[in-house]
Design a binder for this molecule. Structure first.
Ligand SMILES: Cc1ncc(COP(=O)(O)O)c(C=O)c1O
Length: 479
């Protein structure tokens, strides 16, 4: 319940937190193939955590009081601009993560649109595979959304589709978004053509490289041929890449980069018409810890460019080997052509493997893969964020995957669409605070079967139940 009446000794606190964390999956080692990014280099992980602690209490709100903040941010932004082949007058901002970068990219574009006399409601043009952070941005910032279907074979947003959408639009489009790559399928949109189409209409083009920016850049620097996606493409006006993903740093850091400082100015906010300190914010947050930025700086310095080229090379090699192994497994296929280090697996052939039951079968073998529900004609899939450390366990993974697929292939797919009520009634209690039930396929099948207008409220209801406060009973605080 909350906190105890009397303070606890440090050793007891550490022991209690260890117990609380016991049900979490491991964040290192490569058995969790979503949410975590393990370079497999102990020295860089340690350097990051030490810097995180050392700077945790520095307030990055004010770089005039804490000069270290501007120094570190300028180094990190410079690193990102170099990787993204930005021109000399490009600029950037360090944010707390991918979602904040996406929201601020949209805000910057909206402010630019307004400065140029835009009237009415600005519109975001983007793919149906774009990360939900852009829908959230539109929701928060009052933009309309025009969603374009990606090509159903390549799963990329095509230049032709964007050109047609822009040709058909009036002058209300504030921003076109492309992904490099999309999270769900791991493929890079047709960025050069999309950016050219946007430029032809005088519209900025943002590249969401939150998950692929570091991997694509370092693969290129390592001599591989990769999809073009950065500022070397004339019409690309902003790019986001997350330090806390394939920058291998602790959570809480992302880079949002702009071709010019004029576009960046839209993310800044100042207010001094109150009797307190003049507020100047470069991001949505005001008071914020300098820990994550110091950690990202430390990881960057621990690995260096050579370390990144090596780490990304290992992740790419693991991705290729895992994809080749999937090609050999009956009933399973890789969706699209993996352009970076992400894989999406779907059922295949006459007797397709149900991805949701495959996730459970893999969980029993110690692996966490991420179920992704179907969307119209886009199938259910399993997402894999492949990491450098994955190379060490490719054989173990592919053996377990083949075995799990063989076990699941004969099973009928779980489809609860005919009786949603019973499926609801049979839902496991996800709110007990314990580990997830071993069998989650039914839950995912239920989410899959729900009509879109019910899916999102149902998901928020689950989270609302998960976040139920633990209150003191009978011993109120105070003396
Ligand atoms: C392409 C892409 N954009 C945006 C995001 C959102 O990032 P975050 O979870 O750091 O807010 C993600 C997260 O995986 C992503 O893959």
């Amino acid at each position: 319940m909350g906190i105890p009446r009397e303070g606890m000794p440090a050793a007891d606190i550490a022991a209690a937190l260890t117990v609380i964390r016991r049900e979490d999956p491991p964040v290192h080692g490569g058995h969790v193939l979503a949410y975590v990014y393990d370079a497999g280099v102990e020295a860089s992980a340690t350097a990051g955590l030490e810097a995180l602690g050392a700077f945790a209490e520095v307030n990055a709100l004010d770089p005039t009081t804490f000069p270290s903040v501007a120094r570190i941010e300028n180094d990190l932004v410079g690193w990102g601009l170099d990787l993204m082949q930005a021109p000399a007058d490009a600029a950037g901002v360090l944010t707390s993560g991918g979602t904040e970068s996406c929201v601020l990219a949209v805000l910057a574009a909206r402010e630019r649109w307004r400065r140029r006399g835009g009237a009415g409601t600005p519109t975001l043009v983007m793919a149906d595979t774009v990360h939900p952070a852009f829908h959230k941005a539109a929701h928060l910032l009052g933009l309309d959304v025009r969603t374009i279907a990606v090509d159903r074979t390549s799963l990329r947003l095509t230049a032709d589709a964007v050109r047609s959408a822009l040709d058909a639009s009036r002058d209300e489009v504030a921003l076109v978004v492309a992904s490099a790559p999309s999270y769900a399928h791991g493929v890079v949109d047709e960025v050069p053509g999309i950016a050219a189409a946007a430029a032809a209409h005088g519209v900025p083009c943002h590249v969401d490289a939150c998950i692929g920016g570091f991997t694509l850049a370092y693969a290129r620097l390592g001599g591989e041929s990769v999809s073009a996606m950065d500022f070397a493409i004339e019409g690309v006006t902003s790019i986001a890449l997350d330090l806390h993903k394939y920058g291998f740093s602790p959570k809480g850091a992302s880079l949002l980069l702009f071709r010019d400082a004029e576009l960046r100015s839209g993310t800044y906010y100042a207010f001094s018409a109150w009797p307190g300190y003049p507020v100047v914010n470069t991001t949505l947050q005001s008071t914020k810890s300098a820990g994550p930025m110091a950690a990202a700086w430390a990881v960057g310095h621990a690995l260096g460019h050579e370390g990144f080229i090596d780490a990304v090379g290992r992740a790419r090699e693991a991705t290729r080997r895992m994809a080749r192994a999937v090609d050999e497994i009956p009933g399973l296929r890789v969706v699209g052509e993996p352009d970076s280090t992400l894989l999406a697996l779907a059922g295949d052939g006459d007797q397709p493997v149900d991805p949701f039951q495959l996730a459970d079968a893999m969980r029993r073998r110690g692996w966490t893969l991420q179920p992704q529900p179907s969307l119209g004609d886009l199938p259910r899939t399993l997402h894999l964020t492949v990491q450098p450390v994955s190379l060490e366990s490719v054989e173990e993974f592919t053996r377990d995957l083949a075995e799990a697929a063989e076990e699941v292939q004969p099973l009928p797919w779980i489809d609860v669409s005919a009786d949603l009520e019973t499926a609801f009634a049979n839902l496991p209690d996800l709110t007990s605070g314990g580990p997830l039930p071993a069998e989650m396929a039914g839950v995912h099948a239920l989410i899959d079967a729900l009509p879109p207008e019910i899916r999102d409220p149902a998901l928020t209801a689950i989270f609302s139940a998960l976040f139920t406060a633990r209150r003191d009973e009978g011993s109120p605080p105070g003396r």
